[in-house]
Design a protein around this ligand. Structure first.
Ligand SMILES: [Zn+2]
Length: 99
């Protein structure tokens, strides 16, 4: 099942509402600065969804793309830190989503 851009946007909006209902309104990662990434977590600024898998992996299961179990709400700084670290990403999904 392929989703149109409108369908994707609708699902993304619904997911945002779900996070609000759950009271998750700031970065869930809150990573500390580390070597090579000196910037601190922005907490509630520039928030977005980090996905468990790379985008191309959702092509065959687009219905999973905007779901709670496949996403974590995080600031752009923390997102960058986990983006290229597969093990770190998976460890957060294990801890925060039991997934
Ligand atoms: Zn953050």
């Amino acid at each position: 099942m392929k989703l149109s851009n409108n369908q994707q946007e609708f699902r993304r909006k619904k997911l945002k509402e779900l996070y609000c209902l759950k009271g998750i309104i700031e970065c869930e990662l809150k990573l500390k600065p580390k070597e090579g990434y000196p910037e601190k977590c922005w907490r509630n600024a520039s928030l977005g969804f980090a996905h468990k898998d790379k985008r191309w992996k959702y092509i065959r299961r687009p219905e999973d793309l905007w779901t709670f179990k496949e996403t974590i709400l995080c600031c752009v700084i923390c997102h960058q830190k986990i983006e290229c670290d597969r093990l770190l990403t998976l460890s957060f999904f294990k801890r925060l989503r039991n997934n």
